[in-house]
Design a protein around this ligand. Structure first.
Ligand SMILES: Nc1ncnc2c1ncn2[C@@H]1O[C@H](COP(=O)(O)OP(=O)(O)O)[C@@H](O)[C@H]1O
Ligand SMILES: [Mg+2]
Length: 327
């Protein structure tokens, strides 16, 4: 059977203008991976590492600068919106912040009926309403919520509405881009459990994007670690957490997960590091305590440590680490 998602050598360069000066940012650089049907693949890395850009390219909300995307074996890289429409129905995305992703002027009924009309699934208003109620129940909401607007819900409920909207077209695959990062910790757990239940009930496949290791550990079968637009490590979840091989992965595991106050600092930091990078050598060099002469001269390739564990490092870690989720 085909992998449900295959990306090959994906690259994305953004061009931005600042007071007339054009600058280029390489957000994603040579990323390749596959996602098998039924798995939850995690994508982790600090803010600015290119996770969202990868997620958006898969569902063609962004076009790659180069490389290829295959969905269920079909190369969709160069399809126009019309030709991509059948895939858009099957491959959905849920964003971090339901406040900005849900139109504030539409009721839940309108928000959730819309995909049924747009994709020609159901035109009849009464039947649309029935389908919407069914999906609302799936996400733990009820008929009484039909005529409410997004702002009338709590953060967790709003994310339930966003998940319901993604489910309306009966998708096979969903990109979940930091789906719980904007929520309180207690609510986070409820939404994560809901996502796990929905996956089992509807045979879904997820690409789960997060900067939170605890969340990734709980949700994912396999994990890709991104740093400055590249995959620097990939392994089955348990193996990654017990024996991280890249110094950056270990760094993530040792950092205390308290992202919000530091988010802007982190972006600044990564951007500064980026500016300092030479064209040679390893991207992680300036933050690494294991650098060898080789690391200054040669950009490391992603190589196999074992059949399912890859690492981009000249001097990978070998000792097992002890990772514990606190709390
Ligand atoms: N639309 C855009 N225009 C210009 N630069 C962008 C755009 N989107 C993302 N970037 C840049 O690309 C890099 C990766 O961003 P992103 O994919 O959002 O990372 P992440 O999701 O890991 O935080 C960052 O440096 C970001 O500033
Ligand atoms: Mg992001």
């Amino acid at each position: 059977m085909n992998p449900i998602v295959q990306v090959e050598d994906l690259k994305k360069v953004f061009r931005t203008q600042n007071f007339g000066r054009v600058s280029k940012i390489t957000a994603v650089e040579g990323v390749s991976f596959t996602i098998q049907r039924g798995e939850t693949l995690g994508l982790i890395g600090e803010s600015g590492s290119g996770k969202t850009t990868v997620g958006r390219m898969i569902v063609k909300l962004l076009n790659p600068s180069s490389g290829h995307i295959k969905l269920d074996g079909h190369d969709v890289t160069h399809l126009n919106e019309k030709a991509f429409k059948p895939f858009r129905k099957r491959f959905q995305i849920v964003f971090q912040d339901p406040y900005s992703s849900l139109n504030p002027r539409m009721t839940v009924l309108q928000l959730l009926s819309r995909p049924l009309s747009v994709f020609g699934i159901e035109k009849d208003r009464k039947k649309q309403r029935m389908k919407v109620i069914e999906v609302l129940h799936d996400v733990g909401l009820h008929e009484e919520h039909l005529n409410r607007y997004p702002h009338e819900f709590s953060g967790g409920q709003r994310q339930r509405v966003a998940v319901a909207r993604a489910l309306m077209t009966k998708p096979e695959f969903i990109v979940l881009d930091e789906p719980t990062s904007a929520l309180d910790v207690s609510v986070q757990a409820q939404i994560l459990n809901l996502l796990r239940q929905l996956k089992a009930a509807h045979n879904l496949t997820y690409l789960f994007i997060s900067h939170d290791l605890g969340v990734i550990h709980y949700m994912c079968d396999r994990v890709l670690v991104m740093y400055m637009g590249e995959i620097v490590e990939s392994a089955p979840t348990e193996e990654l957490f017990t024996s991280p091989a890249h110094p950056y992965t270990r760094f993530l595991m040792e950092s205390i997960p308290d992202p919000d106050p530091e988010l802007t600092n982190e972006i600044d930091y990564v951007n500064k590091v980026k500016a300092l990078q030479s064209t040679y050598g390893c991207n992680f060099l300036s933050r690494c305590d294991r650098a060898l002469p080789n690391c200054f001269d040669r950009h490391p390739e992603l190589v196999k440590l074992s059949s399912n564990h890859l690492v981009r490092c000249h001097n990978p870690l070998k000792e097992a680490s002890v990772w514990k989720r606190d709390g």
